[in-house]
Design a protein around this ligand. Structure first.
Ligand SMILES: Cc1cc2nc3c(=O)[nH]c(=O)nc-3n(C[C@H](O)[C@H](O)[C@H](O)COP(=O)(O)OP(=O)(O)OC[C@H]3O[C@@H](n4cnc5c(N)ncnc54)[C@H](O)[C@@H]3O)c2cc1C
Length: 479
């Protein structure tokens, strides 16, 4: 809760801010509008201004000003977050601190395999900078053309490379952060070993803008693979998919870089809404897996490895059909089938999303149990499950019954969310695997979290942001 009424009027406070930093100060309502609404257009906040500082020092000035005037701050990168964390609060005196102009690659240290970037660098730009240095920055997700590394860090984003390289937290060695009272912490250490006290870096990662503004980061780079080869595998059961994962990990080891599950219904929606796409094989299977090998040797070697792996899978009865991409274009066509699922589901009409994870050993049992719970509430609803099976993370989405009433289905959202999330909890899982809590899952997460965990999180929030100025109301229910 913010305290002490400010002594300056909003206009006077903004006039003081304008002279205190270099960058852009946006107060025009039309120009501010896109910064006030989230990606899914579910929440619209309010702000006195959108501030785009040029440097980390400028961010510090802005934060000191906000602190002095008791104005709350929502950091924002690409505004692609899916949990309602990046738009300002719906009431009160707020500003958005947009990192759009903090967009420099500060340094590449090829020998240390690190890159130091400012928070507003777009993920795709970071990937390209790594490629220009002959390295790989492995974080990859469908929003990579618009999301920023600061937002990826603040949400601890996952994506399709987690199986091999980990999530954003695993890719980060150091951070630079501005505290809610305007102090600049330089923790930009490119060290793989550093046991010198509490890990502040790990506190800020995944904190969704509620503890400070990340202004820069040191990220890990990896050797660029010589080639990537993808394959599409048809399966009869989800249990076969987890067995195939075991087999692929045993045979391909660290070269296995993606393992994505796609249900028949998810695939059918893509084929329906993207008429240029083609089914990968003639026989329609209940489940499909898109897997990818990144080889350090050559494309031919990668393909041979993948063919041998799939021959073994067919032999052992953990695959019913399989196709290995014969070219880069074919690999891309297979990936398109995975990447277009979300858009296809949106085009189909009313749908609900659950970004869940459960231990991989329990995922094959969870899937039908969730479907039974779903159908008990919404007969005819269509489960559209897909996602990062290799990480135990599924987008356990649901579309309205074919030919049914979308609005009536959406009215069942609370019951369906509750049933699915209760089942996730019963399977020792998480109700937000990679998208964070924001506003969307804030209260539900509190329901499943042990009381001591909530107490500790609130203690951290109070210690680092005693005036509750940082992105108030997100992640934790109001104190
Ligand atoms: C099409 C699409 C596909 C996606 N696919 C995936 C996926 O596969 N895996 C996955 O994990 N996520 C995915 N996402 C969501 C993902 O979390 C975001 O795309 C991304 O990580 C957020 O980055 P951003 O720069 O857009 O952050 P924003 O949306 O601007 O912000 C997200 C949160 O981070 C905070 N924040 C932003 N920048 C900073 C900063 N510098 N300092 C402190 N806090 C900050 C904000 O306050 C907010 O709480 C997808 C989103 C879309 C739209």
């Amino acid at each position: 809760m913010t305290s002490d009424p400010p002594s300056l009027s909003d206009a006077d406070a903004l006039a003081a801010l304008a002279g205190s930093f270099s960058g852009r100060l946006i107060t025009d309502a039309a120009q501010m509008a896109p910064f006030l609404i989230d990606w899914r257009k579910a929440w619209t906040g309010t702000a006195l201004a959108v501030v785009q500082p040029d440097t980390a020092q400028d961010v510090a000035h802005v934060m000191a000003w906000a602190h002095a005037n008791r104005i709350s701050v929502t950091p924002q990168g690409g505004n692609t977050g899916l949990a309602g964390g990046s738009q300002p609060a719906m009431q009160g005196r707020n500003i958005v601190v947009s990192t759009a102009r903090l967009n420099r690659v500060r340094a590449v240290d090829a020998q240390n395999s690190t890159i130091t970037v400012e928070a507003g660098v777009i993920l795709q730009t970071l990937q390209q900078a790594a490629a220009d240095a002959g390295r790989l920055f492995p974080l990859s997700l469908a929003a990579e053309g618009s999301c920023t590394i600061g937002g990826n860090l603040a949400t601890n984003a996952g994506g399709v490379g987690v199986l091999r390289y980990g999530n954003t937290r695993d890719l980060c060695l150091g951070l630079e952060v501005v505290t809610p009272d305007g102090r600049l912490w330089d923790g930009l250490r490119g060290l793989r070993k550093d046991n010198t006290g509490y890990d502040l870096r790990d506190l800020y990662i995944g904190s969704e803008g509620t503890l400070g503004v990340i202004t820069a980061a040191v990220m890990k780079l990896y050797p660029a693979p010589a080639a990537k080869v993808a394959a599409f595998v048809g399966l009869e059961t989800a249990h076969q998919a987890t067995a195939l994962l075991q087999l692929a990990q045993a045979r391909a080891g660290a070269t296995l870089t993606a393992f994505e599950l796609i249900s028949d219904r998810a695939l059918a929606l893509v084929l329906k809404h993207f008429p240029a796409t083609r089914p990968p094989f003639d026989s329609a299977q209940r489940w499909n897996v898109l897997l990818e090998i990144s080889t350090p040797v050559s494309e031919a070697e990668g393909r041979a490895e993948l063919e041998a792996l799939l021959a073994a899978a067919l032999d052992q009865g953990v695959a019913a059909d399989a196709v290995v991409a014969g070219s880069l274009a074919q690999s891309q066509a297979l990936w398109a089938l995975r990447e277009r699922i979300s858009e296809s589901q949106s085009a189909e009409g009313a749908s609900l999303k659950h970004d869940i994870s459960v231990p991989i050993s329990r995922i094959a049992d969870f899937i039908p149990a969730g479907e039974a719970a779903l159908l008990a509430i919404a007969p005819g609803a269509r489960l559209v499950a897909f996602g990062h099976l290799g990480d135990g993370n599924l987008h356990y989405n649901v579309s309205f019954p074919e030919g049914g009433d979308g609005a009536a289905f959406m009215a069942l959202r609370p019951q369906i969310n509750l049933a699915i999330h209760d089942l996730v909890a019963a399977h020792d899982g998480s109700i937000s695997a990679e998208h964070g809590l924001g506003l969307l899952r804030r209260d539900e997460a509190a329901r499943y979290r042990p009381a001591v965990e909530t107490d500790l999180m609130q203690a951290i929030k109070r210690a680092l942001d005693p005036l509750n100025l940082m992105n108030p109301g997100k992640v934790l229910p109001p104190l």
